[in-house]
Design a protein around this ligand. Structure first.
Ligand SMILES: Cc1ncc(COP(=O)(O)O)c(C=O)c1O
Length: 411
């Protein structure tokens, strides 16, 4: 059987195409200044996230680097980051010569664990970074309490979590600095893009000077000493493409409807998987939502699976035409950049001592999450798709009916 999937996110609406066409006809391909398109995007985001300062950037990764520069992270500093996240949450710290101190996750959501954060704080710790994994908000009340008690700023990596709510506020606006990605297949995407969000004017000014030299810096009403640095900046060009910004402006206009549709589709998938009895499906804690989700991740319950392995199960679901896979994002402690000894780039020599071999007992929760996670490609669930959902239900039912036969088959 083959499931007929529909069109794949991202697609560009007619309105966004018209907008991009107009810009191209006008030759309006860049805004060295804080021009009308970037200003409109930043204002739309400022009102969406309810934060006064927004800097649109070329990517979520450059927004993270901007956040670390904004916080004055320097060589020798330690910054606590989750081990279970996309690498870009932590890798810009290498550019700062700082040490990413990896931290375990909580089992229910996969988010960084506030208790483990506290245990890893030393006198060299300068900041804490939190990722809202797959759109579920991290436990910000507990994390902010630890951070405030120790005088540490917090950066939210909300790359997955555009549109998520946490106790009446949007993720990205809950800490000292938030970042989002506006790239790839994110809920709001111009193909490439990102943004830094903050209520702190000093952080904003430092981020602008880092990646937006010349006119943008001059006209961002920067105070000294940053105004004097406007011409040369701090050495990066992190401007968003004007065409990407235009697409994002249009996508912010209907993001709530799109989130509602995606959420409904994923709730249907959860009901289907719940009835199978071998998965823990993604729930939401009270007073939280998953906003744009960014992938649908369930967790395999081997104890209910009659000795059928997750690999076999994935192979069987794939054979039925389902788009499922083992997610490629591994915990950072198993990635070469964080634990390898070979350094190939001279500029990273200063951070070679940061790499360490982790023991098999380290990060037990993140290890288990990664071992049991199964990802459903979410790109096909951005619009109404009752037929696809029915086919998913039928395929999962069929695989479950034949579970015993899978035990002895090849993966
Ligand atoms: C958690 C997380 N942080 C940061 C990023 C980096 O964003 P970008 O790809 O826009 O640089 C991503 C990208 O997927 C991400 O998943």
């Amino acid at each position: 059987m083959s499931v007929q999937h529909g069109r794949e996110w991202p697609w560009v609406s007619c309105k966004a195409m018209d907008r991009v066409n107009d810009l191209m006809r006008q030759g309006h391909l860049f805004e060295f200044d804080r021009g009308p398109v970037v200003t409109e995007l930043e204002q739309a985001m400022s009102s969406y996230f309810q934060v006064p300062f927004v800097v649109a950037t070329s990517s979520g990764t450059s927004a993270l680097h901007s956040a670390f520069i904004a916080l004055n992270i320097a060589p020798g500093d330690e910054v606590i980051v989750p081990t279970y996240t996309f690498h870009a949450t932590a890798t810009p710290l290498f550019l700062c010569g700082a040490t990413p101190v990896l931290c375990d996750s909580e089992a229910e959501t996969g988010n960084i664990d506030a208790v483990d954060i506290e245990a890893r704080i030393t006198e060299r710790t300068r900041a804490i970074v939190v990722t809202h994994m797959w759109g579920h908000p991290a436990e910000m009340h507990a994390i902010m309490t630890v951070a405030r008690n120790r005088g540490l700023p917090v950066v939210e990596d909300a790359a997955h979590a555009v549109g998520s709510w946490y106790h009446g506020r949007r993720t990205g606006s809950l800490a000292d600095i938030g970042i989002v990605s506006l790239g790839g297949a994110k809920m709001v995407t111009g193909g490439m893009g990102g943004a830094l969000l903050t209520s702190n004017r000093e952080y904003y000014e430092r981020a602008v000077v880092l990646g937006h030299s010349h006119e943008r810096s001059r006209r961002s009403n920067l105070r000294e000493p940053y105004h004097a640095l406007a011409e040369c900046g701090f050495g990066a060009n992190y401007r968003i493409s004007v065409l990407a910004a235009a697409i994002c402006i249009e996508q912010f206009k209907d993001v709530e409807q799109r989130i509602a549709l995606k959420t409904e589709n994923f709730h249907t998938i959860s009901r289907i998987l719940d009835s199978a009895g071998i998965f823990r499906t993604p729930a939401c804690r009270p007073n939280t939502t998953r906003g744009g989700w960014y992938g649908y991740k369930a967790f395999f319950l081997p104890e209910n699976a009659h000795e059928v392995s997750l690999d076999r199960l994935i192979a069987a679901l794939k054979a039925e035409g389902l788009k499922v896979s083992k997610p490629t994002t591994r915990p950072l402690h198993s990635s070469q950049a964080f634990c390898g000894s070979a350094i190939q780039l001279a500029q990273y020599d200063s951070v070679s001592h940061l790499r360490r071999q982790f023991r098999s007992g380290d990060f037990p929760v993140a290890r288990r999450l990664y071992k049991t996670v199964i990802g459903f490609t979410d790109s096909y669930f951005h619009e109404e798709c009752p037929e696809i959902l029915e086919m998913y239900a039928a395929a999962i039912k069929k695989v479950m009916k034949n579970l015993d036969r899978l035990r002895d088959s090849r993966p």
